[in-house]
Each structure stands twice: as C-alpha cells, then as structure tokens.
Design a binder for this molecule. Structure first.
Ligand SMILES: Cc1cc2nc3c(=O)[nH]c(=O)nc-3n(C[C@H](O)[C@H](O)[C@H](O)COP(=O)(O)O)c2cc1C
Length: 200
C-alpha cells in the first residue's frame, strides 16, 4: 500500500515554528510517499458533542468534519503538528482528537479497524529549554496510539518562541532529517504503541 502522510496543523498562528519543523522533516520523505497538509485554522472543526451513549453519530457527508474524517481514514500515517500549549497539544488539535471519539462510533466509518496498524507521529515546538516539559504531549499521542491499536512514530521536538526561532535550533533541524526514516521501512517493522504500564 502506498504510504500517505496526513499532516494536521494545529498552531494558532500563520508563521508556525511547528509547521516549519514538520516541513523540514517531510522534505526527507521519498517522492512516492503522498503528503496531505491540512490546517485546522483553515478547516476549523466545530466543538465536539458527545453523543456516544445517546444515539449513533451520523457519518458527515460535507463540511470540515467530513473533510477531516475522510483525510484521516485515507492516511497510513497521521502527523500531529502541534505547538506545545500549556504542556500539551493545542486546543484545535485536542478538538480534532475529541472528534475521533465520535468517529469511533460512526456507523460505516470502520474507524478503529482502519486506523489499527497505522502510525501516529508528532511534531512540536516549545519555548521552554528543557524538553521533558513536553512529556504530557508525548504521552497524549503515545497513549492515543496505544488505545487505537496504532504504531507510534515518536515526537520530533524543537525549541523556539517567536516565529522562525526553530530554524536556529540546529539540533532539531538535524533530528528532522532522519525523523521519518522509519517511514521508508515496511510499516510492520515499527512496533505497535503500548501504554506505559505494559512495558513494566
Ligand atoms: C497559548 C500558548 C501556550 C503556550 N504554552 C507553552 C508551554 O506550556 N510551554 C512552552 O514551553 N511554551 C509554550 N508556549 C510557547 C509556544 O510553544 C512557542 O511560542 C512555539 O514556538 C509556538 O509554536 P508555533 O509557532 O508553531 O505556534 C505557549 C504559547 C501559547 C500561544
């Protein structure tokens, strides 16, 4: 199956360090790998309404929810491109992930079975120098991948505050060069994500 990367852009500003870092990493993907870039600012999702235990979610046929759902189902690799906001993902990204809970209950979407075995990746930029403060974001993505039966590609981290700062982070740019290297391998070579308690 052709690899198809969906980059979900979750910054709340146009000149996004996180997008710049993600684009550096994506430049290294082989040309046969398809790429789709979707900005949650250009495709704003409505607030998620939890109908899981009241009635079935109905599959959307138009609008941004349908656009994001279709793009997500079509992707072999989903890359969450989120700045670190309050130590976790940005609100637009969180809302996108909340919609996954509805899509899991949407008849005909086959959401969980389709995403199982596919790979979730993350790219984030933070102002803080000590990168372990991004652990909550890393945990959110790892645990979400584990819940979905997905593989977890890891999170590419960079530092920066104002737009363009990340382009001065030589270590992050070096990591970007090889971040997606595993995507060139057979997908089954990457391990399935696990919850932290499963590795003890
Ligand atoms: C709402 C908000 C919350 C933020 N929270 C954090 C944070 O918790 N830790 C941190 O190191 N930087 C934080 N920052 C700084 C951003 O992560 C930093 O400016 C980053 O470069 C933004 O990436 P972007 O250009 O892709 O939007 C925050 C910025 C904003 C606007």
């Amino acid at each position: 199956m052709t690899r198809r990367f969906l980059f979900v852009l979750g910054s709340s500003r146009a000149e996004s360090n996180t997008e710049m870092l993600a684009r550096r990493a994506a430049e290294q993907l082989p040309p046969e790998v398809e790429q789709e870039w979707l900005s949650l600012t250009e495709h704003p999702l409505p607030d998620f309404v939890d109908l899981r235990h009241d009635s079935d979610h109905v599959r959307p046929t138009e609008g941004t929810v349908a656009r994001l759902l279709d793009a997500t189902l079509a992707a072999t690799d989903i890359v969450i491109v989120s700045p670190l906001y309050w130590y976790s993902v940005s609100a637009p990204v969180k809302r996108y992930l909340d919609h996954w809970s509805g899509w899991l209950r949407t008849p005909g979407a086959d959401f969980k079975a389709t995403l199982a075995g596919r790979t979730l990746w993350g790219v984030t930029v933070l102002a803080h120098q000590e990168q372990e403060v991004a652990d909550p974001l890393v945990g959110t993505l790892n645990n979400s991948a584990a819940y979905m039966g997905m593989r977890f590609g890891g999170v590419l981290l960079g530092n920066g505050s104002k737009p363009g700062d990340v382009l001065e982070d030589a270590e992050a740019l070096a990591r970007a060069k090889t971040f997606f290297a595993r995507a060139s391998e057979a997908p089954q070579d990457a391990p399935l994500a696990g919850f932290p308690y499963e590795s003890e």
